[in-house]
Write a protein that binds this ligand. Structure first.
Ligand code: FES
Length: 154
C-alpha cells in the first residue's frame, strides 16, 4: 500500500510516495529527493558518513526508517550554507584541511553542527574528539578535523 511521507528538508516541504515503509531516511534523501551530499559509507551505523539533523539532533540516517520521521524537519549538508556564504563549520574545514578524500566530510560537518547545538562550544580537543567519535575518517585526517572544530568556534 502506498504511503505518503512528509518531510521538511532544508526548509522545503516534500510529500514523498513510498511503496512500503522500509526505505531508510538515507535512501529517501539520496534516491527520492536527490540530495546526494549525505553519503552512504557502511550503511550499518558505524561510520557517521550519513549524519543529518532531525529536528536539530544528529542521527545516522542509514539506521532510521524514513517513515518513522514523518513530519520531521531534516537538515542535510545542502542546507547549511547561507546562499553563497558557507556555514562557519564548512569554512573552517576548508581553512584547516579537515579532510583528505572528502567522503566523510558532509557527515563530519553535520555532526559538528549538531554537537555544537547540543552541547555548546568546547575548546578541549579531547572533548571534541569524544563528541565526534561516531564519525570515522578513513584517511585519518583527524588533526585537521580537530583544528577545524576549534577554529569554527572562534
Ligand atoms: Fe550510516 Fe555509516 S552509512 S553510519
Amino acid at each position: 500500500m502506498t504511503q505518503t511521507l512528509t518531510l521538511t528538508i532544508n526548509g522545503t516541504k516534500h510529500d514523498i510516495e513510498l511503496e512500503d515503509a522500509r526505505p531508510t531516511l538515507l535512501d529517501v534523501l539520496r534516491e527520492r529527493v536527490g540530495l546526494t551530499g549525505t553519503k552512504k559509507g557502511c550503511d550499518r551505523g558505524q561510520c557517521g558518513a550519513c549524519t543529518v539533523l532531525v529536528d536539530g539532533r544528529r542521527i545516522n540516517s542509514c539506521l532510521a526508517l524514513a517513515m518513522s520521521h514523518d513530519g520531521a524537519d531534516i537538515t542535510t549538508i545542502e542546507g547549511v550554507a547561507d546562499g553563497d556564504t558557507l556555514h562557519p563549520v564548512q569554512a573552517a574545514f576548508i581553512e584547516n584541511d579537515g579532510f583528505q578524500c572528502g567522503y566523510c566530510t558532509p557527515g563530519q560537518i553535520m555532526s559538528a553542527i549538531g554537537l555544537f547545538s547540543e552541547n555548546g562550544t568546547a575548546n578541549d580537543p579531547e572533548q571534541l574528539r569524544e563528541g565526534m567519535s561516531g564519525n570515522i575518517c578513513r584517511c585519518a585526517a583527524y588533526a585537521g578535523i580537530t583544528e577545524a572544530l576549534l577554529d569554527a568556534q572562534t
